[in-house]
Design a protein. Sequence first.
Length: 114
Amino acid sequence: MKDGRKRRTPRPPPHLSPASRKWWTSVAANWDLEAHHCLLLTSACEALDRVAAAREQVAADGLFTRDRYGQVRPHPALRVEAENRVLFARLLREMALDDSAPESRPPILAGYRR
């Protein structure tokens, strides 16, 4: 804290997996987070938990499933896993949790709008 008081490390939300709670606590203890950062951190942990759940489902069911017409299709959980990996990476970038200088970070990609 800026006024010299000792900063209290917030507690992770109880709905997170044990691994995500551990990472949440580590980040909260090592970074000076504002309230909105804690919300972003929680969202990042939730994305990680969804990645793990999707990966476990694919491991149990296999990479492919059959639709109602008998056609082989990629397991729907593969999409959930991929989308949440991207979400996690974006949330980390938004929180700027890396130690690199801004000029060494990859540029933010602009959309196709003109």
